[in-house]
Design a protein around this ligand. Sequence first.
Ligand SMILES: *[C@@H]1O[C@H](CO)[C@@H](O)[C@H](O)[C@H]1NC(C)=O
Ligand SMILES: *[C@@H]1O[C@H](CO)[C@@H](O)[C@H](O)[C@H]1NC(C)=O
Ligand SMILES: *[C@@H]1O[C@H](CO)[C@@H](O)[C@H](O)[C@H]1NC(C)=O
Ligand SMILES: [Zn+2]
Length: 476
Amino acid sequence: MLKIRQVLFACLVFTQQASASASASASIHSFAPPGLCTLADIWPQGPGHTLVPQRPDAELTKILAQIDPARIKATITKLVSFGTRHTLSNQTDPMRGVGAARDWIAAELRSYATASNGRMTVSVPSYVQPPATRIPTDTVISNVVATLRGSEESNRAYVISGHYDTRVSDPLNFMDDGPGANDDASGVAVSMELARVFAGHVPKATMMFAAVAGEEQGLFGSNFLATSLKEAGVDVQGMLNNDIVGSSTGDDGTRAPFDIRMFAQGIPTTETAAETAKRVSIGGENDSPARQLGRFVAEVSQNPSTKMGVHIMYRPDRYLRGGDHLSFLKQGFPAVRFTEPHENFAHQHQDIRVVDGVQFGDLIEFVDFDFVARVARVNGAALWSLAQAPGTPKDVVIANKVLGNNSTLSWTADTGADGGYEIVWRATDEPFWSHVIPVGQTNTATVQMSKDNVHFGVRSVGKNGFRSPATFPFPG
Ligand SMILES: *[C@@H]1O[C@H](CO)[C@@H](O)[C@H](O)[C@H]1NC(C)=O
Ligand SMILES: *[C@@H]1O[C@H](CO)[C@@H](O)[C@H](O)[C@H]1NC(C)=O
Ligand SMILES: *[C@@H]1O[C@H](CO)[C@@H](O)[C@H](O)[C@H]1NC(C)=O
Ligand SMILES: [Zn+2]
């Protein structure tokens, strides 16, 4: 109590001094505020209760414990053994090239599917990519996808993906060895290991474990997967891309073995100019579907089962880089990208060579298999929590007819939300939802709090206790 009073006092002092100095046209730097004020300081109590992050249930805890660094090492070792997996490399040679890798991944996933009582099926959808900047002649692009059918009657699905193609310095060089141990055998190993540990389980929504090709030539495999899912009417409510998740050590030796970056796009590029204008007018630029997915993943995946810090990066990807999540974002699907915190660029997209005593090349000796296993646990926690929860609420609107202190939200009720709904809110400068207001089985609720001061969201609740990501409301 005392602490809150002190903070409140500090904020008031700040405000008074600020207005006094403003009228005297003095610099605001002429005094030092005792502390920066947040809405929570001046408004510590709001409706509802403090949000407590979801923890893994017993089944998920067991699943995550089965993720095995030795299996991940074996997978990456095998992928590296194909010499190169360049998209333009040999597609029929059984030992070397992208075709051998494709066939091995499919066979391996089929062996995992035997534990699924027919619930997991493996397919190798492919198409012919006509010539493009990095595709000199017609080239077959093949994805490998294991689909674990959910128990609920819906077309809702979650996708996890890594790319199995590789490259060296010249993006068109498909002859030289390109081990791609980190970029992106590590991400493929995450997809495959999760397919293995989830195969014997029955999620509510469908999970898809993908290894795509053509990433280095122009995101071709993921674009094919995302457009196929869109055309088939699959309701992809989350896509997790793992690309370069193999090393916890940067080129200066900095280590971050218990941290991972998660890139999440702000304003969706699929929105029309009018939609974006509306979003910006209400301060919704930090509340895109990708950011809600990111918040959800960060909430459910930072716990003793993963031992990882998950850091949301407020941008779609790193500078000059892109990845397969962009193909999903382009189709309007929420998607995020995981990448190690400290990259070593000498180990990416490089011919294998030694220069001035520095080893270049994406070699397996630089991969930390325990780190990849922890990243897989982050993904596994997210995937299971997404698939066990009801779907993300749709058509969420906030009433915007009259000025007032109340905020009324409405949405389309879904039978899948058998535990009802919750309104979540946070101060506009907070990164995560901080408060929860349970509102039960309804499609509308009024909160005694002004929408001018906070951001609201609506999330679905399952009878099983799992919560969906939140949906940000737009003025109806
Ligand atoms: C691919 O490998 C097979 C088997 O080694 C060989 O017969 C074929 O000529 C190769 N194809 C190309 C395009 O190099
Ligand atoms: C809003 O709340 C303030 C402070 O509690 C009160 O003074 C004001 O009358 C309220 N306005 C409306 C429209 O209810
Ligand atoms: C605000 O909401 C409360 C509770 O739903 C209600 O009692 C009150 O009349 C509302 N006030 C306005 C101005 O709508
Ligand atoms: Zn990559």
